[in-house]
Design a protein around this ligand. Sequence first.
Ligand code: SF4
Length: 249
Amino acid sequence: MGETISEKTEGRVSYHDSVEEMLPRIREDGMSNAFDRYAQQEKIRCKFCLQGLSCQLCTNGPCRISEKSGQDKGVCGIGGDAMAMRNMLLRNIMGAGTYSHHAYEAFRTLRETAQGKTPFKITDANKLKWMCDTVGIDSKQDVNKMAGEIADHLDVDIPQLPIAVTAPEWMEQKATIDGFFAAAYGAYTRLSPIPFVTGAPGLVKLLTEDVEGLTGGKIALGDDPAEAANNIEAHIISKRKGLGLREAD
Ligand code: SF4
């Protein structure tokens, strides 16, 4: 397959010659593909979705914003700007989530390669040195040792990360569910006010005591914002220390 990247897009679906070569063969074989599916969707694509003004995050929806016809807010009261921004933010989070999976695969492969357990070889030692210098790993040592150390450095589980989730004034069921998801994901999660689960002692125990041993996540409660901010800061500082990161400015 060709390696050249063409600047000419007219009549093409991609800048890449490899894609141009692949597409007719896929069509010949009668297989569905993203380019043709995209063109098909053009005919029925929703104009609200294109503007970010459509939401189906909770069961009060789906909602759409149409200022022209007077629907300037979703059922929950969210306006157009916030809805579009939230949609974009969620897409970014989804993208970052899926790419972080790729990153995990990449550095695990790097570690195995350093141990001679894959058919690959490290060919760009300078790039590896640059990465090591950036994160404070000795870049004067053997290439495979460097690769192993950087893979170990990056192999951090969610509960070790200096992150916290907070829903300071959840007003709808969705925020509680998001909060429980964050705890299950392994994050320190602050909710206020106390969710409506106190009548279920088993669930309260699971969320306040057992979850940390199961997922590494933690639910923090309390309505005082200053205390919550201090607790979140203390959590982040202790996780940064655990990872050997320097103090944040
Ligand atoms: S009520 Fe709010 S969160 Fe629920 S679907 Fe409508 S806009 Fe989205």
